[in-house]
Write a protein of this length. Structure first.
Length: 550
């Protein structure tokens, strides 16, 4: 048994009392995590208010982040000392899990809402306490979770940032990435500028969505939405007048009431789709206008952003490293013994994202400083980390900023696969002309080959007329290096890593370069094909550079 302190809620609507408890050792497939920080999410308030039934006494909290202290048998992906973000659990065996949609797991409710009674007991009395709320119960100094519900992260991610990623940010951004997938030609309406809504705004801005409109009643939150990527922010009373001839192709309802579902469906263009993500007690009946749906509109419920925890947490961390997910703007920090204040402020809307710093002694880059236990200025609390995103127009020059960051080598190589997957697809028709190239994976053999042959880019004259390697000759003149490329190449559309996008197929060797869109004049490429992924994949940036006659 391991000593711990947990925030015990004994009755419906009750306060959270810090209580000494004893925790069992991790079993097969489980890990013991020392919690450094945990968010306060509306789903926690839902549970405290009895939305999950009579589960008391219980420990809530489900946006945990911390350090792995021990592992059980059969754990092979995670090691003691790893920094992890905790998410929801799934069985791994049902059709949904095997099909890549663990958030739709057939056992989701059993694994995440019903909890367990054998994890811990009150130290003084031996009284059992229900844990594993959303597979975590992370309002505790130590928790036991299954390996499937944890994602390893880089140790440079501050704990308060890491603690936002496991549910609220995952749900908002995941719904944009995995479900709605809007692109540069689309219009996205986001109803509600809480954590999930603002995460959706950030994700959409990163993808270069044409217009991002936020509907929010609180003026300060409308202003914040504009800072993190919204193009417009309107009050609910003004939503009906917000649309001219162009209406939203996609909508995200983060509130989940009759009024917000009506507003979303009424706003949508014909053929548009709305995702609704809010969790309310009981059945929460909502009437839907069937006549609106007849015009090709769709309404879809989404749990946890249809996310896969290890895959999508890695994507969020990659975006944070690249300055594309400025969650620092949303955070207010609280000490563990101030948890009730954090809960009260989350209920009242005083704070967008309350994060409780659970374990002051947690090791690593996110170590908690008691002097900054509670601050209304998240940027000041995070110090230099807040400088990664400029104030005011946070994501306004997204393509140029991201391209420059990639070219500078500031994005960790481990983040490049997730970053590639976060961007929208490219059509072959967009890749006309000459594009200058910059290799990003300097350790890859392909990079050394390209440097040796003085590669400067690619020339796309037509779908079946591509010079895949344009280099410089001895006179520094550009030429099509047919010998190194072993011929030419062609443009096609393929599926890579779940993205259907433009790809360049070499004529003379089994290499396929796949592209996603940073902006209208920049793409991120990855080299795939037989023998190209060891060690790791080769990534590069292409930037449009006008015409080149060869």
């Amino acid at each position: 048994m391991t000593d711990a302190v947990a925030a015990l809620v004994r009755e419906r609507g009750g306060s959270a009392a810090l209580t000494a408890v004893r925790l069992r050792e991790p079993g097969e497939g489980e890990i013991l995590v020392r919690i450094a920080a945990s968010g306060v999410c509306p789903t926690d308030l839902f549970a405290i208010d009895g939305g999950a039934g009579d589960v008391f006494p219980a420990v809530f909290g489900h946006e945990g982040a911390g350090v792995v202290e021990a592992i059980g048998t059969g754990v092979d992906r995670i090691r003691p000392g790893d920094h992890v973000v905790l998410g929801f659990d799934s069985c791994g065996f049902c059709d949904a899990c095997r099909g890549g949609h663990p958030a739709s797991c057939a056992r989701f409710a059993a694994l995440n809402y019903r909890g367990r009674l054998d994890d811990l007991a009150v130290d003084a009395t031996g009284e059992p306490v229900r844990t594993a709320w959303m597979a975590q119960s992370s309002w505790a100094t130590r928790v036991i979770v299954r390996e499937r519900s944890a994602a390893v992260i880089a140790p440079d991610v501050p704990w308060e940032v890491a603690a936002t990623l496991g549910c609220g940010i995952l749900t908002g951004a995941g719904t944009v990435f995995n479900v709605l997938a809007p692109g540069p030609g689309d219009v996205l309406l986001v109803i509600g500028a809480g954590t999930t809504g603002l995460a959706a705004v950030m994700a959409a801005a990163h993808r270069g969505v044409g217009e991002i409109v936020v509907c929010e009643s609180v003026a300060e939150r409308r202003a914040l939405a504009l800072e993190v990527g919204a193009t417009r922010a309107v009050a609910p009373a003004d939503l009906g007048a917000a649309w001219g001839s162009v209406r939203p192709t996609h909508a995200l309802d983060t509130v989940g009431t009759q009024g917000t579902v009506d507003a979303a469906l009424e706003s949508l263009a014909q053929g548009g789709v709305c995702a609704t993500i809010a969790l309310k007690p009981g059945e929460n009946p909502v009437l839907v206008s069937q006549s609106r749906l007849l015009w090709g509109r769709g309404l879809r419920g989404v749990i946890e952003g249809d996310a896969d925890v290890p895959r999508d947490i890695a994507r969020l961390v990659a975006l944070w490293h690249a300055g594309r997910l400025p969650v620092e703007r949303l955070i207010r920090r609280y000490s563990f013994d101030d948890l009730d204040a954090a809960i009260a402020d989350a209920r009242s809307g005083e704070v967008v994202k309350a994060v409780v710093m659970v374990e002051p002694a947690a090791a690593g880059a996110g170590a908690y400083s008691a002097s900054a236990a509670r601050t209304s200025d998240a940027a000041a609390a995070l110090g230099a980390d807040a400088a990664r995103v400029p104030a005011g127009d946070a994501l306004g020059e997204a393509p140029a900023e991201l391209t420059a960051l990639l070219r500078s080598g500031a994005v960790p190589a481990d983040d490049l696969p997730a970053l590639w997957r976060s961007l929208p697809p490219v059509s072959p028709a967009e890749l006309r002309g000459f594009w200058r190239g910059t290799g990003l994976t300097a350790s890859h053999p392909a990079h050394r080959l390209l440097v040796r042959h003085r590669w400067i880019g690619k020339l796309f004259r037509g779908d079946d007329d591509v010079a895949p390697i344009v280099g410089l000759d001895e006179n520094d003149a550009p030429f099509a290096d047919v010998e190194t490329a072993r011929g030419g190449a062609s443009l096609r559309t393929v599926v890579h890593d779940g993205i259907t996008t433009a790809a360049m197929l070499y004529d003379g060797q089994p290499i396929v370069d796949c592209f996603t869109r940073i902006g209208p004049d920049a793409v991120l490429g990855v080299m795939t094909g037989r023998g190209t992924a060891a060690p790791g994949s080769y990534f590069f940036v292409l930037e449009r550079s006008g015409d080149l006659a060869l």
